[in-house]
Design a protein around this ligand. Structure first.
Ligand SMILES: Cc1cc2nc3c(=O)[nH]c(=O)nc-3n(C[C@H](O)[C@H](O)[C@H](O)COP(=O)(O)O)c2cc1C
Length: 266
């Protein structure tokens, strides 16, 4: 049976959430719950028939928060699971790494897809690689094909109980890309700074920080030992008051582009 699904996503600036919302809206024969993994550590999947996991690519692999979340799941043994990632320029081996996490948790991988979306990694945007023209029309078609195949697979599992692992392919080029060391992201970013004059004390940075590295005391204070350099606070500060020694006032990616929204509307 595959009639109830838990669809998890981790999204820094909205691309992945949008993509997973699209999938959720298109799964036709099952009821699904869409769940932000930031509020789902230790989630028990016992009452679900299948799961879906979506995240963005972070230095050639899944973000640390996602890895920790996968290790915390309960009640998932024997359930089918699909994987969706969004990426700016190079997904590398991320899908395969997540496939291993799925198997390690005792689940059966049934499908995987990588969707090319705009780049939200600030240093890349500052260099000019924004990829705001992504996804291309061909990417959108492939993504829609993936969702349609996923529906067929879920129907097959539901009707025939035919649950077998379906290996996820990423192509030679991606498999050659080494996974970067995520800890370098924070090192390269350097300490975060707040411009007191433009900070409005809204606390958005504290809310969007996935690692609990920000505390508001009128203005944000940053715990660099907890920060993974994901740039969510920088990207989503409404007044661009957060900056670093190297980058200030440029390269922001606050939310999905109009093109991406249009592509993933349903
Ligand atoms: C810290 C960080 C590291 C990233 N590393 C990569 C990468 O190695 N390869 C890549 O293609 N995109 C990389 N990206 C870009 C994101 O994966 C991409 O823009 C994604 O769609 C963002 O999804 P979100 O809006 O759901 O957060 C990185 C983004 C961040 C914030």
């Amino acid at each position: 049976m595959a009639t109830r699904g838990a669809l998890f996503y981790y999204s820094g600036t909205g691309n992945t959430e949008l993509a997973m919302r699209y999938v959720a809206g298109k799964i036709s024969q099952a009821s699904v719950d869409l769940i932000d993994i930031r509020a789902a550590r230790g989630f028990d999947l016992s009452s679900y028939d299948f799961a879906g996991f979506a995240t963005f690519v972070d230095h050639g692999g899944p973000p640390q928060l996602f890895i920790d979340f996968m290790g915390s799941l309960k009640g998932c043994r024997g359930k089918p699971a699909f994987i969706l990632i969004t990426y700016g320029a190079m997904p590398g081996r991320t899908l395969k790494i997540i496939e291993r996490l799925v198997i390690k948790a005792g689940m059966t991988p049934i499908a995987g897809h990588q969707l090319n979306t705009p780049e939200n990694f600030v240093p890349m945007r500052v260099k000019g690689t924004t990829n705001d023209d992504r996804p291309r029309d061909a990417d959108i078609e492939k993504f829609k094909g993936f969702v349609s195949d996923l529906n067929d697979i879920l129907i097959t599992i539901s009707l025939k109980g035919d649950l077998k692992p379906r290996p996820i392919r990423i192509g030679i080029l991606n498999s050659l890309i080494p996974q970067h060391d995520r800890r370098k992201s924070k090192k390269k970013m350097g300490p975060l700074i707040v411009d007191k004059a433009s900070c409005i004390g809204c606390g958005n940075c504290e809310t969007v920080c996935p690692y609990g590295a920000i505390q508001m005391d009128g203005i944000p204070s940053f715990d660099d030992s907890r920060c993974y350099g994901c740039w969510a606070c920088y990207n989503r500060c409404p007044t661009q008051a957060i900056y670093t020694e190297k980058i200030r006032g440029e390269g922001h990616y606050k939310e999905p582009t109009e093109r991406l929204r249009r592509a993933l509307s349903y």
